[in-house]
Structures are given as C-alpha cells and as structure tokens.
Write a protein that binds this ligand. Structure first.
Ligand SMILES: [Zn+2]
Length: 346
C-alpha cells in the first residue's frame, strides 16, 4: 500500500497527541483517515505515540467495513483488510466501527482529561452545550465500545440538526471529526480548552503507612486522594470508564474502618471478577497492587486526574456494575491487554 502525504500528516499528528498524557494514556485512543476508499485505522493495542516510528495504521476497505457494521467489531473485520505486508500482523482497533460511520475524512478518538471528565458527570450534556460556540457537540449515551457505540454515534450524527463534529461519549471519552489531520487536532485542543475543568489540589499525606493487605504497597498520590473524603467516596463509588475496568479491574476499594482488608477484597472479587488494583483507607492512606497490569500506571494517573476535575457542585454517573463485568471478560479487550504487555516487555 502506498502511503500518502495525508497519511504522513495523520502519523505526525498521532505521535504528538500520543505524547501528551492529558490527551492519550498508554495504548488508549485511536485515529483514522479515509482516502480513496481506504479506511486507515490505528491497530488495536498499539500506542499513538509510536505512529511515526512504526507502521501502526491498518488499511481496510471502507465499503467493506461499512457493510460489516452489524457484526461485532474486531474479528469480523478480517474480510475488509487490504493486502499490506507491513501491517498484516496487526488487528484493526476494536473501535474501528465508530471511524467508519462518520463521513469526515479524519476522525480522532481519545480519552482526553477534560472531555472524559465531563462524560462521567450527571450534568455532562448541559455542560457540553455550554461549551459550544466554535463547534457543534452531541452527547452519546453509554454503550459498550464496538459496533453498538458506532451505532450510537451514527444516531447522534444524524439526529444533530447542525451536523455535530464533536461527540462526547458518556463514561468513555471524546470523538472529533474534520477534513484534515491538522484541523482535527486543532479542533480537539479547542474542545479541551472550551470544556476545561480545573483540577483541585490534594491535601498532603502522612508518610508511609503499613499496607493492610499482602501484595499491596503504600502510594503517596493515592494517600493524598485518601485524605480527601469526597474524592475517596467517588473513587470507590463505581467505575468511571471502560479503560479503568480493563486495566485496573474496576474502581478503587474502600477499606473498612478496622482495615480488615481480606473480607472486603473477597466481596470486591465477587462483584468485578478480580482483586482491586487500589485500596483506599479514608484519612489514613492509599495502597496499590504490587503487580499492576502493563500500562495500568498511566490509567491510574488518568483516573486520579479525572477525579480531581469533578466540580464540587457536580455528581458522577458511574458505569453500571453489569457493564463493568461485561468489559472485564471481553475477548477483544484481552487482546488489547496482551499487546500492551508485549510492548512493555520490548
Ligand atoms: Zn475509547
């Protein structure tokens, strides 16, 4: 496959976005370009930050992807691939469908801090409206990533009378669409400025408390979270977004006042199918699991950055427990985790 100037522009834009932790965390986020009937889309589990150093964009037949939209994303896209030896070992992003349903030449999907924080707020739709002016936004109710999400975006795009080019995906992130990579990146930064939510300061934490459970260690940043009662109850109240479930297993776990961790950990296991990555003891300390999954550090920092941006007058709408459980056992996400692990071991 021949790579065009537009393709190179997309890779340059992707590498810049991927290097900015406020926009992209770990292997999160994906981008696409439609050119001459080809849909170039980021490969699952690859890092946007690597876009100029490696071939990470998979070419697909746009028409064939659109025909397959009714199927689950991922495996069903194999028949839409265009022969390209450089990328034949990669799988297209599990979010490919959302790129195909929009008519715009360039689509960027990220979990940027301000838009994603807005996406978890109960009054997110009103706040999105208030940020409009330079762009037209649509708030897309939560559905699982993949073909259902693509259908939600297609519906929002068709229902928006003034042709939305900005989509806030509830409990998930942001999609922006434009006619060139540079214009799309400019729009993304504009949206982040227009929706900016200032982070609150965290109190200082008392130094190193002993861990209440084996396999966990004291962590300064999490201990500062534990000193803020509002932040602690939000952090333990439920999952905020899919990547938190995929990389951290679910929300933080609230330690009982007597710090008897094991019973609470067993109950958490029953609910989310695994041990919590984070334990919070209100007013005492925060603890992180010793062997976090590859890429989980970035996701943990991202979750804390979002919690700090929740405005004092806003309430958070968590992901339903059933949705979180569905994500935890999803095969497509297991592939993405394995890719993340492979990169970490390189
Ligand atoms: Zn996403």
């Amino acid at each position: 496959m021949v790579r065009s100037d537009l393709w190179r522009e997309l890779c340059a834009v992707s590498a810049r976005l991927g290097a900015d932790r406020a926009i992209v965390q770990g292997a999160g986020g994906n981008v696409s370009l439609k050119e001459d009937g080809t849909l170039w889309v980021k490969a699952s589990g690859c890092w946007l930050a690597d876009a100029e150093a490696k071939d990470i964009m998979v070419p697909l037949s746009l028409e064939a992807v659109r025909r397959r939209l009714a199927d689950t994303a991922g495996q069903a896209l194999d028949g839409a691939r265009i022969d390209d030896p450089a990328t034949q070992h990669l799988k297209p992003s599990i979010e490919t469908a959302l790129h195909a349903v929009l008519p715009h030449r360039v689509v960027l999907h990220v979990h940027s801090l301000n838009a994603t924080t807005l996406s978890i707020l109960a009054d997110g739709p009103e706040r999105l409206k208030a940020g409009e002016g330079r762009w037209s936004g649509a708030f897309v109710p939560y559905v699982r990533p993949g073909s259902e999400l693509a259908a939600g975006i297609a519906h929002a795009a068709a229902a928006g009378g003034d042709r939305p080019n900005v989509f806030v995906l509830q409990n998930h992130g942001l999609v922006v669409a434009a006619d060139s990579p540079a214009a799309a990146a400019g729009l993304l930064h504009q949206v982040e400025r227009d929706l900016a939510l200032p982070p609150r300061d965290l109190p200082a934490a008392p130094a190193g408390q002993p861990s209440p459970a084996p396999h966990y260690r004291w962590d300064e940043m999490l201990s500062r979270v534990a000193m803020d009662s509002r932040l602690t109850s939000t952090a333990c109240g439920g999952a905020l977004a899919p990547d938190q479930v995929v990389f951290l297993g679910g929300p933080a776990m609230l330690l009982p006042p007597d710090d008897r961790a094991q019973t609470a950990i067993s109950a958490y296991h029953g609910l989310y199918g695994g041990a919590p990555s984070v334990l919070l003891s209100p007013g005492r300390g925060g603890y992180v699991m010793n062997d976090l999954r590859a890429g989980a550090d970035d996701i943990l920092a991202w979750v804390i950055d979002m919690l700090r941006r929740v405005p004092p007058d806003a309430s958070v709408a968590f992901l339903a427990d059933a949705e979180a459980r569905a994500l935890a056992g999803w095969e497509a996400e297991k592939y993405r985790l394995a890719q993340s692990r492979a990169r970490a071991e390189q």
